[in-house]
Design a protein around this ligand. Structure first.
Ligand code: CMC
Length: 428
């Protein structure tokens, strides 16, 4: 049997044969379907890209029905248990797990690019004392572009590599500065002798001690959280990174746009929304009433549901387990009880079962962040640090993909037909 689709246009009875490749037809093939020579040809209409593949990618694989997530073929469960975040970063960026020497070199490179220009500090100081850390983070990432004018040479692999290393190295510094600014605390310079995660914790939490020693459980927990957030194929922010990057702008500008997309409450901002929701519910006894509101569509159960997963998000399973390890050090987050009760009831309810709504990555991550004393509005910034690697891996893949061009969707115009300008005095 041929791998083709036969389509009959009932407007004129013509038949077309469209090739099927990798379970997809090429949308441009539809343009051949015309009723006359000057007909533009058929388009496909797909708001929010519910059924449109925008690229070929070998970075991340998700099977939403089975709850599978793999980076370059490796199951997320194995990576979260055995790998470090920077090892995963190399895997995502380079396609293979690195050898020891390659990895040592990469860690050295990253840890020696963690400092930012002193002017960045002054730039941060311009924000109001109560500025949202994610706004500061997004702006600071965009501002980095002005420090590295060479970054717009995106076709040059060596230049590209330098910016990738700089971004991975500097996002924790910018994130920590935005935290310290919002707390009214002095900025802490990076310590290159610490691990990637240990250095981040030091820049956030170091006070008057001479040498900050990160708690090993919390340090590892963060490494795992960064791994779990590192990539998730063509989600809203990653598609934004590819879309902006397709104009060949520098990666700092593109990544600022991706981070802005992440900030939204339906995406990376959901981890903060979960906490606000749990605080509003207040106690376990109020959970059934809240579920009623969700079922009547008067509330959303934040941290539940996913465009791709129609099963338990595998990251949520790992995070739930991790939460218990973190709570051994920090003490239990009192909101955990409410979260677990919400999950228990929701998973038994027809509303959630029929819609295949399960906890996603954001459902439990916020509880960990809060137990570590991070303010809620800082949670999306933590997501952005891990996701930076995925954004860069996907951006690089897009630039190297010969099938890609500047992203430019079509539209179905629904506005008025041509009409003539009317002077202001003559308008109704
Ligand atoms: N609470 C209550 N109802 C929900 C929820 C939810 N969290 N999510 C989906 N539904 C309902 C929705 O109302 C719709 O019902 P109906 O068929 O009666 O109209 C049905 O489930 C299908 O939902 P949808 O809106 O078509 O699903 P989507 O694929 O467009 O949206 C989503 C996916 C993640 C935006 C959505 O589930 C959501 O808003 N969840 C809450 C926010 C959240 O946790 N976001 C984090 C996602 S994971 C990490 C990340 O991407 O950053």
């Amino acid at each position: 049997m041929a791998d083709t689709l036969t389509v009959t246009d009932n407007r004129n009875g013509k038949t077309y044969e469209i090739p099927i490749r990798d379970g997809a037809i090429s949308a441009i093939e539809l343009r051949k379907i015309k009723t006359s020579e000057d007909d533009f040809g058929l388009m496909s209409y797909d708001p929010a890209y519910l059924n449109t593949a925008s690229c070929r990618s070998s970075v991340t694989y998700i099977d939403g029905d089975k709850g599978i997530l793999r980076y370059r073929g490796y199951p997320i469960e194995q990576l979260a248990e055995k790998a470090t975040f920077l090892e995963c970063a190399q895997l995502l960026l380079e396609g293979e797990l690195p050898s020891k020497s390659r990895h040592d070199q990469f860690v050295h490179e990253v840890m020696h690019h963690t400092f930012v220009h002193e002017n960045v500090k002054r730039f941060m100081e311009g924000f109001r004392y109560d500025a949202n850390p994610m706004s500061m983070f997004i702006s600071a990432v965009a501002a980095l572009s002005s420090f590295y004018p060479e970054a717009n040479e995106v076709e040059d692999p060596a230049v590209r590599h330098r910016q990738i290393v700089r971004l991975i190295a500097k996002v924790p510094t910018l994130a920590a500065y935005s935290y310290r600014h919002s707390q009214g605390l002095p900025y802490v310079y990076p310590s290159n002798e610490l691990s990637y995660t240990g250095n981040f914790l030091a820049m956030v939490f170091k006070m008057s001690e001479m040498k900050y020693v990160p708690n090993p459980t919390l340090e590892r927990a963060f490494d795992v959280l960064f791994i779990l957030h590192a990539d998730h194929e063509q989600n809203c922010s990653t598609s934004t990174m590819r879309q902006i990057g397709s104009s060949r702008v520098d990666p700092y500008s593109a990544l600022a746009g991706a981070a802005a997309a992440l900030y939204g409450p339906l995406h990376g901002g959901a981890n903060a929304e979960v906490l606000y929701m749990l605080e509003k519910i207040g106690k376990k006894e109020n959970v059934p009433d809240f579920i009623k509101k969700v079922k009547s569509k008067d509330a959303m159960l934040m941290g539940f549901g996913h465009r791709v997963y129609r099963n338990y998000d595998p990251r949520a399973k790992i995070i739930k387990k991790l939460a218990h390890e973190v709570f051994q050090v920090t003490g239990t987050n009192p909101l955990l009880e409410i979260a677990m009760e919400l999950e228990r009831i929701a998973l038994e309810e027809e509303y959630f079962i029929s819609r295949k709504l399960y906890p996603n990555v954001d459902f439990y991550s916020g509880l960990i962040y809060q137990a570590m004393r991070f303010p809620v509005d800082f949670f999306p910034v933590l997501f952005a640090i891990g996701r930076t690697v995925g954004w860069l891996a996907q951006w690089q893949e897009m630039l190297q993909d010969k099938e890609q061009k500047i992203a430019r969707p079509r539209q179905i115009y629904t506005g008025p037909d041509k009409r003539d300008y009317v002077a202001m005095g003559g308008r109704g």
